[in-house]
Design a protein around this ligand. Structure first.
Ligand SMILES: Cc1cc2nc3c(=O)[nH]c(=O)nc-3n(C[C@H](O)[C@H](O)[C@H](O)COP(=O)(O)OP(=O)(O)OC[C@H]3O[C@@H](n4cnc5c(N)ncnc54)[C@H](O)[C@@H]3O)c2cc1C
Length: 294
């Protein structure tokens, strides 16, 4: 199938993007890597009248260490994130998750900003952004604002981004000593969207787990921070004991409401989420140098 006709505009700067937004409102849509947008257009599931290509806007590109944070431009390709030494050193959770995003060909074109802005419920990058406490930067003709990733995701493909805003950057705080992450996902084939996954980050000091963030994807309409389950895991101090793991599973059953779809029922997905949580916590504690058998 071919897309409905649209006008193509190659923007050389953000001002040109804002101009298109002003002229066409909701009818203008940003084109980044096109790895999600083009299939949707080809299937005629969406029909914007104007596509604004942002691929030439250099200021949206790059990975930089800036004080206590890593700043990644929205137009940075998945592959660049995967190969970045800065990301490997300071955001190991992101480095661990990125190989699960699609295949090499898609990662060569797809962008971090595209993934964060699209908000696919099964996508890895939004969940990592929430787990890592990232801040997303949005710019419009009226100026710039920042939104915490955990507030950005509102519903199924619904975000805090207004139609006249471009996502320009994600800022990830660099965690101090004692913080560790772990990533687990189940997908039918390597590179497929996750059926269920979890991104975890927490602090371990003297064997005691705190500040745990557990973020689930492929479950609800958007990346889901499970606060009560994290508290249940922390309460035991040693989340790998059978008692703590049972409490954690109960808390997750209360807190998480996975959507049934062609990949599985609610019960199957919940079971997967519980199992993956156990694995993620074991990995996190092992990285912290703790024993993993209670
Ligand atoms: C075969 C295949 C497998 C895939 N598997 C996975 C997977 O396992 N996990 C995963 O997470 N993704 C997967 N993807 C999607 C891929 O990661 C995309 O690259 C990503 O979702 C969108 O990035 P993009 O740069 O291609 O965005 P585009 O397709 O260009 O745009 C996507 C949407 O975001 C908007 N947008 C893009 N950039 C911005 C911006 N800076 N500001 C505002 N709005 C913006 C666009 O207007 C559009 O609505 C897969 C894609 C394919 C084709």
């Amino acid at each position: 199938m071919k897309p409905y006709p649209f006008k193509y505009v190659r923007a050389e700067g953000l001002a040109a993007v804002f101009q298109q937004f002003e002229e066409h409102g909701d009818d203008a849509q940003v084109l980044a890597g096109g790895q999600s947008l083009m299939p949707v257009l080809n299937m005629r599931l969406s029909a914007p009248r104007v596509l604004v290509d942002i691929n030439r806007i250099e200021e949206l590109r790059g990975i930089a260490l800036d004080g206590g944070e890593v700043r990644i431009g929205a137009l940075t390709r998945h592959r660049e994130v995967l190969e970045s030494e800065v990301v490997r050193t300071h955001l190991p959770l992101l480095a661990e998750a990125m190989p699960h995003v699609a295949h090499v060909a898609v990662r060569n074109r797809g962008t971090l900003g595209g993934s964060l802005a699209l908000a696919d419920p099964a996508a890895e990058m939004p969940a990592c952004a929430v787990a890592l406490g990232a801040t997303l930067v949005l710019r419009s003709a009226a100026g710039e604002r920042t939104v915490a990733a955990e507030d950005f995701y509102q519903g199924l493909y619904e975000t805090e981004r207004r139609p006249d805003e471009v996502l320009t950057e994600a800022r990830y705080p660099i965690a101090g000593p004692g913080y560790h992450g772990a990533f687990q996902e189940f997908a039918r084939r390597q590179g497929d969207f996750a059926v269920v996954g979890v991104a975890a980050r927490g602090r371990v000091e003297s064997g005691v787990l705190s500040e745990l963030r557990l973020v689930y994807f492929g479950c609800e309409g958007h990346a889901r921070l499970a606060r009560q389950t994290a508290l249940a895991a922390e309460a035991g101090g040693r989340p790998y004991t059978p008692q703590v793991f049972a409490a954690l599973k109960d808390a997750l059953a209360e807190e998480l409401d996975p959507m049934e779809n062609m990949h599985g029922s609610r019960a199957t997905k919940l079971h997967m989420a519980q199992t993956l949580t156990g694995r993620a916590l074991q990995a996190l504690l092992a990285r912290a140098g703790g024993a993993v058998h209670g």
